[in-house]
Design a protein around this ligand. Structure first.
Ligand SMILES: [Zn+2]
Length: 124
């Protein structure tokens, strides 16, 4: 059993208290968790990152947070966004959602209508 209860954010944008930041930092022995496992030196800027990004269903809680060097964090954020769009594509495919086949926009070739210079519409 843990001596200290896990910190869980009330909201996704809840501020992480300093004691929790420190706890997570120590838990990972002050090493960047982007995969490089580099020691974060004193004074080097670092962030807490969600191991599983919030946009990918991760939770804002201590067990989902890891220390990352600020410089490395940027790269990971890009990966998270890439993963999100991949997940989204897969989900779309899974549910068979295709591009909506609504009416084509007026004025496009597909609509069969053309905007007249004088205003109004005419058949293409
Ligand atoms: Zn790193």
């Amino acid at each position: 059993m843990r001596a200290v209860p896990e910190w869980v954010g009330k909201h996704d944008d809840s501020r992480i208290p300093d004691r929790v930041r420190l706890r997570i930092f120590l838990q990972y022995a002050g090493r960047c968790q982007c995969g490089c496992a580099r020691l974060i030196r004193i004074g080097e800027p670092w962030d807490l990152d969600h191991r599983q990004a919030l946009i990918n269903g991760g939770e804002h809680r201590e067990s989902n947070l890891v220390p990352l060097l600020k410089e490395h964090h940027k790269n990971k954020s890009k990966q998270d966004v890439a993963e999100k769009s991949k997940t989204y594509q897969m989900r779309r495919r899974h549910y068979g959602i295709k591009k909506s086949r609504g009416k084509p926009m007026l004025g496009t070739k597909a609509s069969g209508w053309k905007r007249k210079v004088s205003g109004g519409w005419e058949r293409r």
